[in-house]
Design a protein around this ligand. Structure first.
Ligand code: NAD
Length: 349
């Protein structure tokens, strides 16, 4: 296996791996390791160019630095990308070669699932390296979706308290766009607490399930943002809040699981100007990575896991208060707080 450390300003370490025998071509990026080893998933994707893969791994690893810092886990930001089509080019040899690449970093990076990578794939990676998390037999239950849903629910409660003066979600209405693994469990928690639901999904079966189980009102995906509700919960793809959709948003709170909910950076300010309270996506959806982090530490219990996840609500409350005090957009305040956590760790080191 050939490996080359790339000179990337602002990143702790970025390594390019190539292995002719297995066909592996991968990048592992550790953005910041002040809080601990870089931790973040591995994505397998047929990038059109090396530059595209490098750009993605840089953005993703940097995002993990912020997410892990505000998630309160002792890990830095890391991520890996493998240049391959997961449907046709993912082989056990490729995965083992990737495992060897991870192992060669001596614990500076822990890998986990991301798109194109399954739990079964991680089992193969783990046959070569111990620096792997997110698997059923090893810890907290592999699938992070129920944890993510719990974190979003706690964050939503904190936002409802702050913006709507509501002691709980009882009697509030929520439009959930995307009732998949996270969205369905979130809908269950909202329903259980007495909230009213509007749901939308391209998958009609999922919509029907939510209607039957929770008495939800079904709308089309295009209409989910228009729904006359208190809270909008984007739980499908990224970019739900964009220049075209923002004018149609009726809810006063945006609290959902999707990554990259804001299509552009300007949306952060635009939401603030409209008096909408936005829960930064990487803060509210961090429970999955919190569960992975605790699994790596190996010291978790279900109670501890839930307690850590429930702190997402407290973190968001702090962000809301600071954003108000500083009259600054929420996303910018979250980033600032994450950087403060990191710089404190740097000073303490
Ligand atoms: P999922 O694939 O199980 O669910 C997504 C749902 O969205 C599916 O039901 C799908 O049919 C629906 N959908 C897709 N495109 C749509 C569209 N255009 N309009 C309406 N519905 C559409 O995924 P998930 O695991 O529930 O994750 C949901 C979101 O949360 C994703 O953005 C994911 O990146 C993010 N997220 C998930 C986790 C986790 O633990 N699963 C953690 C952090 C972030």
């Amino acid at each position: 296996m050939r490996s080359e450390v790339l000179d990337v300003a602002g990143w702790r370490k970025v390594v390019h791996f190539e292995d002719a025998a297995s066909g592996l071509k991968a990048l592992i990026a550790i953005h910041d390791a002040s809080l601990g080893p870089g931790c973040g998933g591995c994505r397998i994707y047929p990038y059109a160019s090396f530059e595209d893969g490098l750009e993605d791994v840089k953005n993703l690893s940097r995002g993990m630095t912020f997410k892990n810092a505000l998630g309160g886990i002792p890990f830095g930001g890391g991520k890996a990308v493998i240049f391959a089509d997961p449907k046709t080019e993912k082989t056990p040899e490729l995965l083992r070669a990737f495992g060897a690449a991870v192992e060669s970093l001596d614990g500076l990076y822990y890998t986990a699932e991301d798109s194109g990578v399954t739990e079964a794939d991680l089992e193969i990676v783990r046959s070569v390296t111990k620096y792997v998390a997110g698997m059923e037999d090893k810890g907290v239950g592999g699938n992070p979706s129920p944890f993510t849903a719990r974190g979003v629910w706690r964050g939503m409660q904190a936002a409802a308290r702050h913006k709507l003066g509501a002691a709980s979600l009882n009697g509030l209405s929520v439009s959930v766009l995307g009732v998949g693994a996270v969205g369905m469990e979130l809908a269950r928690l909202i329903h259980q607490e007495g909230g009213k639901l509007v749901v939308a999904d391209v998958n009609a079966n999922a919509v029907n399930e939510a209607v039957e189980r929770f008495g939800a009102e079904a709308v089309s995906p295009e209409d989910a943002i228009d729904a006359d509700v208190d809270i909008f919960a984007p739980c499908a793809l990224g970019g739900a809040i964009n220049p075209d959709s923002i004018g149609r948003l009726k809810a006063k709170v945006v609290a959902g699981a999707a990554n990259n909910q804001l299509k552009t950076l300007e949306m952060d300010k635009a939401l603030a100007e409209r008096g909408v309270l936005y829960c930064p996506d990487y803060v509210i959806n961090a429970a999955g990575v919190i569960s992975v982090g605790l699994e790596i530490l190996g010291s978790w219990t279900t109670d501890e896991m839930n307690a850590r996840i429930d702190k997402i609500g407290d973190t968001l409350s702090e962000i809301f208060k600071r954003a108000e005090a500083e009259n600054a957009p929420i996303g910018a305040v979250a980033d600032k707080m994450a950087l403060e956590v990191i710089s404190k760790a740097k000073k303490a080191a």
